[in-house]
Design a binder for this molecule. Structure first.
Ligand SMILES: Nc1ncnc2c1ncn2[C@@H]1O[C@H](COP(=O)(O)OP(=O)(O)OP(=O)(O)O)[C@@H](O)[C@H]1O
Ligand SMILES: [Mg+2]
Length: 484
């Protein structure tokens, strides 16, 4: 897979890398500074101590030097002894007038002149009798200078100036910093590689999911992701993706079967209409009785077609869900009574007894009144349609065992439904008549129960049916109520 600059993989690695680089830089600067200043400070202290020691020892030597008329041998021997273990140290002793008495420098023309030396003046005149400074030569090597006044009983005998090259002590600090860089660099390489591996592991499942999503987008509904065992989050993502793909497949399959069924259902009346029109054109028109019958058939098929199209539209609208503004408090008892009153005449005409039991004081349901009325209507319509003359249809509305729900039942003493067909009655376009010709020609489109089921489900309820062939069928609906 091609990785763009914005990819998770690159972003993950880059952010790690930048974080590391900045951290290392900050830590290095801090540690480098700490090491540098520690060695500087230690050298300064050391030089100070050496100057103090020398200032204790030198007065008698300088007095000897004065008495021995400028003989520096003893002085030199003493100084070599005092600074024997100091290879980085150079020293010069000046007279109080600034004349060179003795120095450790091989070439006395260099660095042995106090003329432009402000610390010589400072050591000579200040109360502490000390002065310190640092200077850098052309090769950027730093030297620390310490001057100290040598005196005895208030008499100034000379000025000792020590020069300590910081090159070696700072070189140690520099070596430590370089070692630190090497160490941290190695750790960075290890951490960077680990981060690369981690990022790779993280992005492999994402890449796989992207690939599968692409496959699905191109119509392969069977594409599924292999569940990653490396991380639970990725496994969960993979599972969720597969569930989504499965659901999509089911929905697409349902949609395809709906379109196929709907086309099939629409084709039958259209064929009848076309045949009748052809018959009328090829002579039936001349026989008024036959022509009237054919026209009545055409009219009834057109009615059936328009009912079916209306039902399909309603079904798709219902399945689109409810908006909050559509919902109101609905009194199911009122709906039961209304639909019963509407259906009374039809039931009487069909020679059926229509009874209604409604428990008083039930809580209302929240939903769309027209849809709930349509659901009750469809069920009573079926009960009347599929019950023989002399039968009974009983409506019942009461509290459910669950106190947050109410239970509706529509019971008939009709034909009943076989156990094999019962699980299918809520499917779209399913009609028992198609397999049981004794019921006569199809009366409906087979959408009534799917519409009822969709309505119940979007109201958060449940619908089911019990049936026994020859004895009758009972439909149950459980709907959640709103507690005021
Ligand atoms: N109370 C019932 N008794 C016996 N069979 C029933 C009953 N209710 C439904 N059925 C069977 O279930 C099938 C599906 O019912 P549904 O209401 O979905 O369609 P329909 O009544 O055939 O057509 P429509 O309701 O769209 O006019 C019916 O065709 C019928 O055979
Ligand atoms: Mg029906």
């Amino acid at each position: 897979m091609k990785r763009s600059f914005g990819s998770v993989y690159l972003r993950f690695n880059l952010s790690h890398l930048i974080f590391w680089m900045v951290s290392i830089l900050v830590i290095s600067i801090f540690i480098g500074y700490a090491l540098y200043s520690t060695s500087f400070w230690q050298t300064q202290n050391h030089l100070n101590t050496l100057a103090d020691i020398a200032s204790q020892l030198l007065p008698s030597d300088l007095l000897d030097y004065q008495h021995n008329a400028g003989n520096t041998e003893l002085l030199a021997a003493h100084m070599d002894l005092v600074f024997a273990n100091e290879p980085n140290l150079q020293w010069v002793i000046f007279s109080p007038q600034g004349d060179l008495i003795i120095s450790s420098y091989q070439n006395t023309s260099i660095d042995t002149s106090p003329i432009f030396d402000p610390e010589f003046e400072e050591a000579l005149t200040s109360s502490s009798g000390k002065s310190q400074k640092t200077s850098q030569n052309a090769e950027s090597q730093t030297t620390l200078y310490q001057s100290i006044r040598i005196e005895k009983d208030g008499q100034v005998l000379g000025i000792l100036r020590l020069a300590y090259s910081l090159y070696s002590p700072l070189q140690a600090a520099r070596t430590s910093i370089i070692l630190f860089f090497i160490l941290v660099g190695s750790i960075s390489i290890v951490v960077g590689s680990l981060s690369l591996i981690t990022a790779r592991n993280l992005t492999i499942p994402i890449d796989a999911i992207t690939q599968m999503a692409d496959q699905i987008a191109h119509g392969d509904l069977e594409a599924r992701v292999e569940i990653s065992k490396k991380s639970p989050e990725m496994a969960y993502l993979g599972q969720a993706f597969n569930q989504m793909a499965e659901r999509l497949k089911v929905q697409v399959t349902e949609l395809r079967s709906f379109v196929a069924n709907a086309s099939h259902e629409l084709r039958t009346p259209l064929t009848v209409i076309k045949l009748r029109i052809e018959a009328l054109r090829t002579g039936a028109m001349d026989e008024p009785e036959v022509a009237n019958r054919f026209l009545a058939e055409v009219e009834s098929e057109v009615d059936r077609l328009s009912r079916m199209v209306g039902d399909m539209l309603d079904l798709s609208r219902i399945e689109a869900g409810l908006t909050a503004s559509q919902r109101t408090l609905v009194d199911m008892a009122g709906i039961f009574q209304d639909v019963k009153d509407t259906m009374k005449v039809r039931a009487e005409r069909a020679g059926l007894e229509l009874i209604c039991h409604v428990q008083q004081g039930l809580l209302p349901v929240i939903g769309v009144e027209d849809q709930l009325r349509r659901m009750v209507y469809n069920l009573i319509d079926n009960a009347i349609k599929y019950t023989s003359r002399g039968g009974k249809v009983e409506l019942n509305l009461c509290a459910s065992l669950d106190p947050d729900k109410i239970l509706l039942s529509i019971k008939d003493t009709g034909f009943g439904i076989t156990p094999e067909q019962l699980p299918h009655i809520f499917e779209r376009f399913f009609r028992v008549e198609a397999t049981r010709p004794r019921y006569g020609p199809p009366q409906g489109s087979g959408l009534g129960l799917s519409i009822a089921k969709s309505i119940v489900e979007i109201h958060g309820g449940k619908i089911w049916a019990n049936s026994a062939v020859g004895k009758g069928t009972t439909f149950f609906i459980e709907l959640p109520v709103i507690k005021e």
